[in-house]
Design a protein around this ligand. Structure first.
Ligand SMILES: C[S@@+](CC[C@H](N)C(=O)[O-])C[C@H]1O[C@@H](n2cnc3c(N)ncnc32)[C@H](O)[C@@H]1O
Length: 209
């Protein structure tokens, strides 16, 4: 089964052709040691953004802009607020957004910690909150995200499977336990509709009932 799964994952990734701007952003992310979302994960984000007609999206974890490019591609009406502690990587992200033809004003890039910035963002106002920051900060980020989402809005947590470590009970590293416990808590919540999607490194989606 494990071999079949690996083959299916690889097949799903190979089906997604990446444009050159995003490929360059991905290459630069590697130089910063930033783990960008996979191409299949990005395609899924674009699709969710388009299908939900998302106009207002918040991202934690700009990196060099890979996930932001996929989100911005969902629709020309989509406005992205993206937060990261690494200003140098964000500078690259800004350049890649421009190279991709994203008009100025569609991407608001904020430098800072999610725990400091998210509380300043409005209640009940966003269509999608995409969390791809520090796993140890994720629980607090989720609380803020649920406050910020409008009814029917979607919370998306990246790297929800942590390369097989979340599913392996023997793995007890702090960040793995944090994501495993948070995932369970969200999936058991009567207030949320959830889905754990094994695309790329895993996405956990949640929406308030
Ligand atoms: C996995 S990478 C994001 C990759 C990006 N979403 C992509 O797909 O290309 C995680 C990012 O979160 C940032 N980060 C870590 N802790 C953070 C925090 N507390 N607040 C904001 N950003 C944080 C890191 O600097 C890093 O760029």
């Amino acid at each position: 089964m494990a071999g079949e799964q690996t083959q299916s994952w690889a097949y799903a990734e190979d089906m997604c052709e990446e444009d050159s701007v995003t490929a360059h952003a991905r290459d630069e992310a590697r130089e910063y040691d930033i783990a960008s979302i996979s191409a299949a994960t990005g395609s899924f984000l674009s699709l969710i953004g388009a299908a939900t007609k998302a106009r207002s999206v918040v991202e934690v974890g700009t990196g060099t802009g890979v996930s932001g490019l996929y989100l911005l591609r969902a629709s020309s009406d989509l406005m992205l607020t993206t937060i990261d502690v690494e200003s140098e990587a964000q500078h690259s992200a800004k350049a890649y957004f421009t190279k991709a033809g994203v008009r100025p004003g569609r991407a608001r890039i904020i430098n800072g910690k999610s725990a400091d910035i998210l509380p300043r963002l409005a209640d009940n106002s966003y269509d999608i909150v995409f969390l791809d920051g520090d796993p140890l900060e994720m629980s607090g980020d989720v609380n803020e995200a649920l406050r910020m989402l409008r009814p029917g809005g979607v919370l998306i947590i990246a790297h929800a499977l942590m390369h097989g470590r979340v599913a392996d009970p023997a793995r007890r590293e702090d960040e793995v336990v944090a994501i495993r416990d948070l995932g369970r808590e969200l999936m058991e919540s009567a207030d949320l509709r959830t889905s754990l999607i094994p695309v790329g490194d895993g996405l956990l989606l949640a929406s308030l009932r």
